[in-house]
Design a protein around this ligand. Structure first.
Ligand SMILES: [Fe+2]
Length: 162
């Protein structure tokens, strides 16, 4: 069954949530490049490199989730317009200076938003008996927890206890 065009009012399925993840990853990939290019200050070298590591990781995940949709007979979003339309995170033109700390803070917020989507996908995949997608989402969520911990540590914060 091909994934119908995603409509906001439709009930979410594993595939529609994974497709929203793909849209978010598309936006995150571009945003991480923006921060990689524009970051300044005493932590330039650390963050410039870390953001590159994160966009490379995002690129792989983006590809893996889109291909998972194809393997299930669904259609991943594949244009920048679709990513922007369906993403639950947003981007911002770089027309005023963003401090390194603000960049890290924005990324933590974005990763939390994406993690909530992954959690929704895990639940749906469990209910739909889609163990492969469920596994992928669990591994993805674990990676986000790790990234958020590192970004919070960079800011000098503990991760809030859940
Ligand atoms: Fe670069």
């Amino acid at each position: 069954m091909a994934l119908r065009n995603y409509e906001e009012h439709e009930k979410n399925t594993t595939s529609s949530v994974v497709n929203q993840l793909v849209a978010n990853q598309g936006v995150l990939f571009v945003k991480l490049h923006q921060y990689h290019w524009y970051v300044q200050g005493p932590h330039f070298f650390t963050l410039h490199e870390k953001f590159e590591e994160l966009y490379n990781e995002t690129s792989e995940q983006f590809d893996a989730f889109a291909e998972r949709l194809l393997a299930k007979g669904d259609k991943p979003f594949s244009t920048l317009g679709e990513y922007l339309e369906h993403a639950t995170i947003s981007e911002k033109k770089y027309d005023e200076k963003v401090s390194a700390e603000e960049m890290v803070r924005h990324l933590i917020d974005d990763y939390q938003t994406i993690k909530n989507l992954a959690l929704e996908g895990i639940e749906l995949a469990g209910a739909e008996n889609d163990a492969v997608t469920e596994d992928m989402l669990i591994a993805y969520k674990e990676g986000i927890d790790q990234t958020v911990w590192m970004l919070e540590a960079y800011l000098g914060n503990d991760v809030p206890k859940k």
